[in-house]
Design a protein around this ligand. Structure first.
Ligand code: ZN
Length: 253
């Protein structure tokens, strides 16, 4: 995001973006700001305005500033806009999802109608921007199959053979909602993640500090995994990188 757009967003939502520039290692946004192209500026402005309005109301009604939600990370991933908030109110999840769906058809560079392209990775681009930078249109993503949870028995086998998935005492049951043909890729991905966690535990990390897995599911034709953001960001950087790599490999990116 260029400087002018960054400044406009920060001015429009000073509470939401209050960690900007603070350089806290546990908060990627505070270090890196808006990690996406300027084509998504309008989407971000709309989302920021909605969130900021609620934050201002909460502050005016006496809530303490330090208890209010704040952005922890904003980035592009698999051609989609990802937006993470600490202490996120549940209904914000719908707003974030709405904007993510729009980013899927909006050129990340210029904001014109776009679609998924392949180059160095994947990106959502319009025809002109893709041509300029040598990206090729990707096949249209398959619409997500109606994802159902694994059957009880398959679920038990999956989780019981990977206890580190749920070892954190704060972890609820992880939801696994992928069509059966994706299961081998999911197993491979999770095994890599579990191996990385095992190293941490063997090196003395408390199980309380392991990530809290919430859900593994198919998102726009890609595997995705939802981990409670703070619990992920507390992991050492190399473990976070291994998680990202395992996810990218499982998704065939
Ligand atoms: Zn474009």
């Amino acid at each position: 995001m260029n400087e002018e757009h960054t400044r406009t967003l920060l001015d429009a939502a000073p509470l939401l973006y209050r960690r900007y520039g603070k350089g806290k290692p546990d908060n990627p946004f505070s270090c890196w700001g808006f990690l996406c192209g300027d084509g998504w500026f309008d989407l971000l402005m709309r989302l920021s305005a909605r969130m900021e309005a609620e934050l201002q109301t909460a502050l005016a009604s006496g809530r303490r500033k330090q208890d209010l939600p704040q952005v922890s990370e904003i980035k592009e991933k698999f051609g989609l806009l990802r937006f993470y908030v600490n202490r996120q109110p549940v209904h914000w999840g719908d707003w974030i999802e709405e904007v993510k769906r729009e980013s899927e058809k909006t050129c990340e560079l210029c904001g014109r109608p776009g679609r998924l392209h392949l180059g160095i990775g994947v990106k959502t681009l319009c025809e002109a921007c893709a041509k300029h930078d040598g990206w090729q249109p990707a096949e249209t993503r398959r619409p997500d199959a109606v994802s159902t949870n694994l059957s009880g028995e398959a679920y038990n086998v999956f989780v019981n053979t990977r206890p580190l998935l749920l070892l954190n005492p704060r972890s609820p049951a992880v939801e696994i909602a992928v069509p059966p043909e994706y299961l081998p890729a999911v197993e491979c991905m999770v095994d890599r993640m579990v191996a990385a966690l095992k190293q941490l535990v063997e090196a003395g990390q408390s199980v309380d500090e392991l990530p809290i897995f919430r859900r593994i599911w198919l998102d726009h034709g890609y595997l995705n995994i939802e981990i409670e953001p703070d619990s992920f960001l507390n992991l050492p950087q190399e473990t976070q990188d291994e998680f990202d790599a395992a996810l990218a490999d499982a998704s065939g990116v």
